[in-house]
Design a binder for this molecule. Structure first.
Ligand SMILES: C[S@@+](CC[C@H](N)C(=O)[O-])C[C@H]1O[C@@H](n2cnc3c(N)ncnc32)[C@H](O)[C@@H]1O
Length: 387
């Protein structure tokens, strides 16, 4: 008796082929995983925001082509700030497999994932390594319960836990690899401590929205972690913690009485991601809000605006690069400092930046070499980052 493959399998196979053609999948193991793990079983319902900001949703079962596509699918919304915003998603498979390839897994490896979400990535890992070698945690117990059900239905039983991934999962350590699918403002010492000798950590280090990138760190013999940022930029939703309160900069009237001067730094600064990252590493306070100021009539942007937690602000004209600032903290000064270093060092890309996590958990960003001329000690992650 012959059995016909389910319809979704054709789409999953096409997605695996596409990712291989694009160079994201490099090894047969990850092609096999994408081909055989049913993404629709983990997504089921996806949410999309239209240009007016309204969220609508669609069922995965009726849209194989949209599920088996190199796209991030938002799977949970959170309305605690008074409006819906993504709380969980199934990461774009293109980025996911690129990261899985970077892990350079061996059959014997044990992997801890921070950010279970839908469970899809835990399923890919389980397909590749077997259930007993895969551990995945998420801060949201409902997501973990749902992911557990869906994993079991799809035939996978990795170890799941509803805990804050900041602490890792010490009871099952050591791990050969730790992969975070939410961004963190610093690499916690717990991850270094839970890595096996020769192990590595792959995480999106973000000091604020858009201010950071994936960094791949190897555990050295002395227990410290060190490595470089990935060449290609990527972004995950930020790690949250129980008891986090949204940190919002106070609404301040940006009156005309600020101090004005010309600036050479890029406007808006977040359009030059390495400078934006270094500006945060160089001292932009945690929780700075930023955005474009729009002309009320034409709705076109005319200035970039930064507002600090203490009410200080900077506004930079898009047309003549004049910066106007007010308040006790200069928010533009760290941007200019970062820009000067960036220009003086021949405009480095991400691949010239690296990170060291020492035995005390201090995170230091460096340019070119760990003990080179330019290093930035990151603030300890004791303040919530919500932007
Ligand atoms: C982009 S989703 C992960 C996607 C997931 N790997 C998948 O395959 O569907 C990010 C996840 O990180 C989780 N998260 C946020 N903060 C966390 C924390 N402190 N510890 C563990 N998980 C966290 C969120 O609840 C969310 O589910």
């Amino acid at each position: 008796m012959t059995t016909t493959a389910p319809e979704w399998a054709t789409y999953a196979g096409l997605l695996a082929d596409l990712l291989r053609e694009r160079g994201d999948i490099e090894t047969p193991e990850w092609h096999d995983a994408v081909e055989h793990v049913p993404r629709h079983a983990f997504v089921q319902r996806a949410y999309e925001q239209d240009p007016t900001g309204l969220w609508t949703s669609w069922e995965a079962d009726a849209h194989w082509d949209r599920v088996y596509a190199p796209k991030t699918l938002v799977t949970a919304l959170d309305s605690r700030r008074g409006y819906p915003e993504p709380a969980s998603s199934s990461t774009n498979p293109e980025l996911m497999v690129r990261m899985l390839e970077m892990l350079d897994l061996r059959d014997s490896h044990r992997v801890l994932e921070i950010g279970t979400g839908t469970g899809y990535n835990a399923a890919l890992l389980s397909r590749r390594l077997g259930d007993t070698r895969v551990f995945s945690v998420d801060i949201d117990p409902e997501l973990v319960a749902l992911a557990g059900q869906r994993l079991r239905t799809a035939g996978y039983r990795p170890t799941l836990a509803a805990v804050d991934g900041q602490d890792g999962l010490p009871e099952h350590a050591p791990y050969d690899r730790i992969i975070a699918t939410c961004s963190a403002p610093a690499v916690p010492l717990s991850w270094a401590e839970q890595l096996a000798p020769g192990g590595s950590v792959l995480v999106d280090l973000k000091l604020a929205i858009s201010a950071g990138n994936l960094v791949h760190l190897n555990r050295r013999a002395d227990g410290t972690l060190e490595g470089r940022f990935a060449t290609r930029w990527a972004s995950f939703m930020a790690m949250r913690h129980h008891g986090d309160l949204p940190v919002s900069a106070p609404r301040v009237e940006q009156a005309e009485d600020g101090r004005s001067r010309a600036t050479a730094a890029p406007v808006p600064p977040w359009g030059t991601p390495v400078v934006w990252f270094l500006a945060h590493a160089a001292g932009l306070p945690r929780g700075v809000e930023f955005g474009a100021l729009l002309d009320p009539e034409s709705r076109t942007p005319y200035a970039a605006s930064l507002t600090g937690p203490d009410g200080s602000w900077a506004r930079v004209s898009l047309s003549d690069h004049t910066v106007t600032e007010a308040g006790n903290t200069s928010l533009w000064e760290p941007v200019e400092r970062a820009y000067r270093v960036w220009v003086d060092t021949d405009r480095p890309g991400w691949d010239r930046l690296g990170l060291t996590v020492d035995a005390d958990g201090h995170n230091t960003v460096w340019l070119d070499e760990p003990d080179g001329e330019h290093t930035w000690l990151l603030p300890a992650d004791d303040t919530p980052m919500r932007a």
